[in-house]
Design a binder for this molecule. Structure first.
Ligand code: NDP
Length: 246
């Protein structure tokens, strides 16, 4: 039996890109998936695909910016599967823009989804993990959580915050046998740049994304962190395209 077999894994942002691919990867290794995002049609399709391939998955429509909905998501996982082994806080968006453009709605959304969503995810699963003295929380940051570029001030701010929160969590919960992993992808071929509203910047980023790697590269890294023995924490990984300088 692999160390992934029968692990109950919640994934936020499972309706596309890295989250969707990670769900498929983990299902193929015997994990029981709890898929979360806002687009129900996509969650349902993914659930069916996993089941048709012999895997196990349930889903719950969830907006990570709602503390209540995140609590309900964790309760649903506990009700259906009896435990939560892994929480993958993956949902995020990247509407890049320079600060002087004052795209305040976009700043607020990034802070709500990329930071608060991760915090609510941690808060929702910690009580049951602390009780069992076992668990694993994986938070998706970014290379932009290590480096700041022009137009990435707010996005980078949110991704630096994810790393800070994850490191605090690691120190607080190591005594409870709860593992933490920060995943920092470089450019990955997903819909993420679609949230950029400025057309000039969007075309520059599209250019930058020409070297993007497939989301499965990130899914494999997440699977690697999960399948380690419980006394081994893979605390941080940066996964870039070989040709990415930044
Ligand atoms: P996608 O745009 O493909 O996926 C983003 C996911 O987030 C979607 O499933 C979306 O689902 C979900 N999401 C957005 N807002 C909410 C919300 N309020 N509540 C619940 N779910 C939400 O992009 P990626 O797969 O690339 O992004 C996944 C993560 O990887 C993000 O955190 C991103 O910052 C990070 N990342 C990606 C990189 C890349 O180059 N692609 C590089 C570095 C980091 P729905 O709309 O259905 O709710």
């Amino acid at each position: 039996m692999s160390n992934t077999q029968d692990k109950v894994v919640i994934i936020t942002g499972a309706s596309s890109g890295i989250g969707e691919t990670t769900a498929k990867e983990l299902a193929s290794k015997g994990a029981k998936l709890v898929l979360a995002a806002r687009r129900e049609d996509r969650l349902k399709k993914l659930q069916e695909e996993i089941q048709n391939n012999g895997g196990e998955a349930i889903y719950k429509v969830t907006d990570v910016t709602s503390h209540e909905q995140m609590e309900e998501l964790a309760e649903y996982a506990l009700k259906e599967f009896g435990k939560i082994d892994v929480m993958v806080n993956n949902a995020g968006l990247m509407p890049l823009s320079p600060l002087h453009e004052k795209k305040i709605n976009e700043w607020d959304t990034m802070i709500d989804v990329n930071i608060k969503g991760v915090l609510y995810g941690i808060g929702a699963v910690l009580p049951s993990m602390r009780e069992r003295k076992e668990g694993h929380i994986i938070n998706v940051s970014s290379v932009a959580g290590h480096e700041v570029m022009s137009a990435s001030a707010v996005y980078s701010g949110t991704k630096f915050a994810v790393r800070a929160i994850s490191e605090g969590l690691r120190k607080e919960e190591l005594g409870n046998n709860i593992r933490t992993t920060i995943i920092s992808p470089g450019v990955v071929a997903t819909d993420l740049p679609e949230t950029i509203s400025g057309s000039e910047l969007k075309s520059a980023i599209d250019d930058f994304y020409k070297i993007a790697i497939e989301p499965n590269s990130i899914a494999r890294a997440i699977a690697f962190a999960i399948e380690q023995p419980s006394d081994v924490g893979i605390n941080e990984m940066i996964i870039r395209p070989t040709q990415q300088e930044l």
